[in-house]
Each structure stands twice: as C-alpha cells, then as structure tokens.
Design a protein around this ligand. Structure first.
Ligand code: GLV
Length: 342
C-alpha cells in the first residue's frame, strides 16, 4: 500500500507558483481567499494537518497546538513570530520556523521612509493639499522636525535595526542604539552607532525607531514613563509590533505636542487602530506594510516553503530547516532577527 503523504495546511493564498512546490511532497489543503481565521477554524484546520504554512495573522497558541495531534512543523511567513506559542510547540517537538534576512532591506527602507514622513509631516500636508486648502506657498506652513544632523536612536539592533542605522549614516550624525547584547565593535563602526542604556536612548535621541521583536517582557516598553523621558519635539517610529507601545500614552504625548510626530506601521489591536491615534494629525499610519514589496514578499514565501519542506524531513535540507525558532536548532545556521532587547 502506498505510504500516506503528509497533509499541509496553507492558511492564506500566497503565490501559487511558489506554493506549488509543496505539491511535490504533500497533500496540500489551500485557503482560496484571504481569510481572517477564528481560533476554532485554525484548530479545525490543524486537527488533520502534519504541517502548516501560516502568516502572522494566524495565531497558533497552546489550544491550537493541543488540537493538532499530528502536527510536526509550522512555517510562519514573516520575521516576527510572536503569533506562535513557541513554548507549546517546542514542548510537543513541533518545529517552528520564520523568514529572517530576506525582508531586511525592504523593511529598513520603509523604517527610514516612515520616520522621514512623520518628521516632515508628509501625510498631514498631503491631506491639507487634497482638501483644497493650499492657496500659495506658505513660508510658515508645515515646519517639521529636522532629520539631517539630528540624533537617530534605534531600539533593537538585529538585522533590520542595523539596516536602518547604515542608511542613517547619510544623515551626518552618529546614531545611538540599545540592544540586549552589544554589537561587535566592527559592526558598531559600520553602523556608525553607539550602544547606550535603554533609558539613555529614550532621553538622548531626536528620532527613535523601534526594530525589536515583541515578547511579553517587552510589552509597552514604550510607556508613559519612557515617552516622558524623550526630548520635547522628538519623533517615534514603530515598524516592529504594536504591543511594544502604550498607544494611549503615545496619543497623549502627540496631542500635547510633547512629541512632534510618530510613524506607526503596526498596532496593538491591528487591524483596529486606536481612535485616539486616528484623531492625531501628527501621526503617519500605515497598515503593516514595511516588508511589502513584491520581490520581498515572494522571497519570504519561498523561504517559508523551504523551511517547511526541510522541517517535515524532505528535500535537500531534510531535517535542517534554514530558520528554526524552536529546538532542535542547527546553531551554525542562525535564526531569528537577533534584535531582541529588554
Ligand atoms: C512582519 O511584521 C514580520 O514580522 O515579518
């Protein structure tokens, strides 16, 4: 009798030509349209699956793991994997993987763009223009926060934080960063960035960019006290995870004019955005698109497929997925973004 092919659940429609590589090894259960899966639907899909290819919208917690007796591997498309309960997965010996590296440059580009858009009030000015309110060049219109010659701070200096620092070298000032572990001197030099303690980072920079992974110990790492430490007129940009910021406290600081502006690509309750933030003119809001270029998103899916095939024990890297986030690791391969900090 022919051996049963493993069943793999693909939680969202991704790129058909890349997903098709799964058909060589697996019976694939596809999701034809973009779907906001309820937890029970995820549990039901995983109940019959040996493997899963998921995005960060598809949360897999302890209950979903418990409902998945055959599950052996979960490949997440994205670098952040706070949507997965890695402890519950690891306890069952289920390999989880992520897709670092391939999204670094697109995400770092976006981090700089968002910081600049916020500091220079681009979307606020555009709304004003589209409203038909522009009657002539306004000498006093839309003064923003200067970027060149200012001090840029980065919280979380993994690949993406380093990419932002390298781009910011052109702004003509040394940057500051905080990360749980200090970077080797050569990397610090290359990034033109100096390590400082976290509180010092909040207090010394003109523009702060968050590029650290979310973990419960980082919850609201930017809270009212951290915001109060920031320089008057500073800006905050978040391309990491919404849960890092106390959004109510941020809205208060923006409304009071204590912070000049914020650029937010991620939100604690996304896709819902806190109405207090929506009410602020001095915040640029984007819908979690920092890695969204077509080549980058395709590379992420391709890497997730490689991860899944290998984690399930097939292909040239059988048993050695490129980017595991749960043990057993092949430490020589590296994993994660490396930017955690607390
Ligand atoms: C996106 O937020 C990611 O983690 O890749």
């Amino acid at each position: 009798m022919a051996e049963r092919r493993p069943v793999v659940w693909v939680s969202q429609p991704l790129y058909a030509d890349i997903e098709a590589r799964l058909d060589e090894w697996f019976d694939v259960v596809r999701t034809p349209t973009v779907t906001d899966h309820a937890p029970e639907a995820i549990a039901a899909a995983l109940a019959g699956a040996d493997g899963a290819l998921v995005t960060l919208n598809d949360r897999i917690g302890a209950a979903e793991v418990a409902a998945a007796p055959r599950l052996r591997a979960v490949a997440s498309v994205g670098v952040g994997y706070d949507s997965l309960d890695v402890a519950a997965l690891a306890a069952r010996g289920i390999v989880a993987t992520n897709t670092p590296g391939v999204l670094t440059e697109a995400t770092a580009d976006f981090g700089i763009a968002l910081m600049m858009a916020a500091a220079r009030r681009m979307t606020e000015a555009e709304r004003w223009l589209r409203d038909g309110r522009w009657n002539g060049w306004g000498f006093h219109a839309f003064h923003g926060a200067g970027i060149h010659g200012s001090t840029l701070g980065i919280l979380g200096m993994g690949r993406i934080g380093q990419g932002i620092a390298r781009r910011a070298r052109g702004f003509g000032r040394r940057g500051l960063y905080h990360n749980r572990s200090r970077l080797p001197p050569g990397v610090e030099r290359d990034c033109a960035a100096e390590w400082v303690a976290r509180d010092a980072l909040f207090g010394q920079v003109d523009h702060l960019v968050l590029a650290l992974p979310y973990a419960p110990e980082n919850h609201h790492i930017v809270d009212a006290a951290a915001l109060a430490r920031m320089k008057p007129g500073a800006t905050l940009t978040n391309i990491a995870r919404g849960g890092l910021v106390d959004e109510g406290a941020l809205a208060d600081a923006l409304q009071a004019g204590r912070l000049a502006a914020a650029g937010l690509d991620v939100f604690e309750g996304e896709p819902a955005v806190d109405p207090r933030l929506l009410a602020c003119d001095n915040v640029v809001l984007t819908p979690h698109i920092a890695s969204a270029t077509l080549p980058t998103r395709r590379a992420m899916v391709s890497l997730a497929v490689d991860n899944l095939v290998a984690a399930m024990g097939f292909g040239p890297d059988a048993g050695r997925p490129p980017h595991p986030v749960t043990p057993p690791f092949d430490a020589s391969r590296g994993s994660g973004d490396g930017g955690s900090t607390h």
